[in-house]
Design a binder for this molecule. Structure first.
Ligand code: HEM
Length: 124
């Protein structure tokens, strides 16, 4: 958990799938099912943060600035998923939150893959 990123990757991949399922359930009018998926998704938010914090606690000091920004954007991704789902349920506009979600996801993904553990696609 401290040295490998597999658990962290698993949690955010499952969270994204659950998020898409929740949006799809809302579109097909299945509000009750959406609420259940949303509750499971919230457990995954905690798992993403837990696995992220475990990696961060061991490796964060090797590059505090980049790890710090990764942490921040990771939390923004989670916050925006929650905002989009809540506002979708309330029938409010979600455009801005979708935009922030997609940008924050791209930045988080880039930083994660750039940082030294696991995938190392953009390392300079
Ligand atoms: C949905 C939100 C998130 C996404 C999409 C995401 C994505 C990623 C990706 C793609 C990696 C690289 C995996 C690898 O190189 O094998 C990664 C690693 C990491 N993530 Fe996240 N993450 C998210 C949330 C978080 C949060 C909330 C934290 C902090 C609490 C965090 C902390 C970390 C740390 C410390 C690493 C290891 C970086 C390294 O040294 O390579 N992540 N994440």
């Amino acid at each position: 958990m401290f040295d490998r990123t597999d658990a962290h990757i698993t949690t955010w991949v499952i969270a994204i799938i659950l998020f898409i399922v929740a949006v799809a359930l809302h579109k097909s009018g299945k509000e009750k099912a959406m609420t259940i998926v949303q509750m499971i998704l919230r457990v995954f938010y905690l798992l993403i943060i837990t696995t992220g914090v475990l990696l961060f606690s061991k490796w964060g000091s090797t590059d505090p600035a980049l790890y710090g920004v990764k942490f921040l954007f990771g939390v923004v991704v989670i916050a925006m998923m929650e905002m989009v789902l809540i506002r979708t349920k309330l029938g409010k506009k979600t455009g801005v939150f979708w935009t922030i979600l997609i940008i924050a996801f791209i930045v988080t993904f880039y930083l994660g893959a750039r940082l030294p553990l696991g995938w190392n696609w953009f390392a300079s």
